[in-house]
Design a binder for this molecule. Structure first.
Ligand code: ZN
Length: 59
């Protein structure tokens, strides 16, 4: 089940730092997407704007 059409789901291992879309390698901005009483942690590439969901949630 997808989070959103433009959010790619990823399964990070030790570290998720390099953007798979553009290769930017200095990490991500973070946003929080409300979803039924919790928040999904959404990572946004500062260079290309691609959005990723790692399965991490808060709240
Ligand atoms: Zn990128």
């Amino acid at each position: 089940m997808g989070v959103s059409d433009d959010i790619m789901e990823v399964s990070p291992e030790n570290e998720f730092r390099v953007c798979p879309s553009c290769g930017y390698e200095y990490g991500f901005h973070v946003s929080f997407l409300r979803d039924e009483g919790k928040y999904r942690i959404i990572l946004i590439c500062p260079q290309c704007g691609a959005r990723y969901y790692t399965g991490w949630n808060v709240g």
